[in-house]
Write a protein that binds this ligand. Structure first.
Ligand SMILES: C[S@@+](CC[C@H](N)C(=O)[O-])C[C@H]1O[C@@H](n2cnc3c(N)ncnc32)[C@H](O)[C@@H]1O
Length: 313
């Protein structure tokens, strides 16, 4: 029996507002998931089409069903979003000369990916330690642990907030070689003293760090950001929702670089280096969920959306 794909889109009203005034054309939803945002965008604007990308075959199947009522205005494609230009090239017949007026990325995993015990993303249920968003390719988290060096694992854990215990956790994981989610939890628990544990599960950060490594999320984000600037038409909107500080920092720094063109000339001199800004940042800070949304959807708590508008090629 196939389980229902239930994912409540985060910051939906804010995403719709971000794309409300784009020119007619194609919006790329780089993280289609169950097509919650995509279907809302298509319902809001009958002069836009959506090219939806997802690496997860289960998500693509759910999205295809949900987008059926929109007919040829929605196109679902398989793959990772790191090479947006290739998707645009491959789909040029469907795009048919229309401009790319938006790129949207709602990063991380969907609720069904987290909730399906068999996929090994969560400590809430015991399951094989897999964590691949696309379970048809790449190596599992258990296989990664079997081949990773201590230094690399320690650095990964540090980058995900395990400053003090990164070394001990990395050593424990390598010594125990966990094959299941509960074995991973134990490998973390045995080296983090009760008094030092933070709110939530003691292994939360280790799970997140491994998931990011297995799915190459840092490289994927870097590449989708630069790909977006290449494929967007002038006036097109880039909106990115992040769920942890590393992703949000990378997005913020990327937008800042596009907005300055890399210029570091002293303000009093004005720009003398000839740098050209390719984007403007639509709002100073990140957009976060309202109290009302948080009451309905606690998973929106860590969401932060940043928006840029392309101003030059
Ligand atoms: C948070 S969910 C998106 C939910 C979607 N906005 C909705 O309303 O249903 C993120 C989705 O992006 C996909 N994804 C994450 N990283 C990806 C990548 N690098 N390339 C393609 N898809 C990716 C995941 O498989 C997941 O389905």
């Amino acid at each position: 029996m196939t389980r229902a794909f239930t994912h409540v889109p985060v910051l939906e009203a804010e995403v719709l507002a971000a794309f409300r005034s784009v020119a007619p054309g194609v919006i790329i939803d780089a993280t289609l998931g169950g097509a919650g945002h995509a279907s809302a965008l298509l319902a809001m604007r009958d002069d836009v089409a959506i090219l939806g990308i997802d690496r997860d075959p289960i998500a693509r199947q759910a999205a295809t069903e949900r987008l059926t009522p929109f007919g040829d205005r929605a196109r679902v494609v398989a793959g990772t979003f790191s090479n947006l230009s290739a998707f645009v090239l491959n789909e040029s017949e469907w795009i048919a000369g229309r401009e790319i007026v938006g790129v949207f990325a709602d990063l991380g995993v969907s609720s069904p990916q987290l909730d399906d015990e068999a996929r090994g993303f969560s400590f809430r249920a015991d399951a094989p330690l897999d964590m691949r968003m696309d379970s048809t390719s790449g190596i599992t988290a258990a296989e990664y642990i079997a081949s990773v060096e201590l230094d690399e694992l320690r650095t990964l854990l540090r980058e995900h907030g395990e400053d003090k215990f990164a070394h001990a956790i990395a050593k424990s994981i390598l010594a125990r070689q966990p094959q299941t989610t509960s074995e991973l939890v134990t490998a973390v628990e045995v080296v983090v003293p009760m008094a030092a544990r933070r709110r939530g599960n003691v292994a939360t950060r280790a799970f997140q760090a491994l998931r990011v490594a297995i799915n190459e999320e840092v490289r994927e984000l870097d590449e989708v950001l630069s790909g977006a600037v290449q494929v967007l038409a002038v006036g097109g909107v880039l909106a990115v929702i992040s769920y942890h500080s590393g992703e949000d920092r990378a997005t913020k720094e990327f937008l800042k670089l596009q907005a300055t063109g890399g210029c570091t000339c002293p303000v009093i001199l004005g720009c003398v280096c000839g740098a050209v800004a390719t984007m403007t940042v639509r709002k100073g800070g990140a957009i976060v969920a309202s109290e009302d949304e948080l009451a309905r959807n606690p998973r929106a708590r860590s969401a932060r959306m940043r928006i840029g508008v392309k101003v030059a090629s």
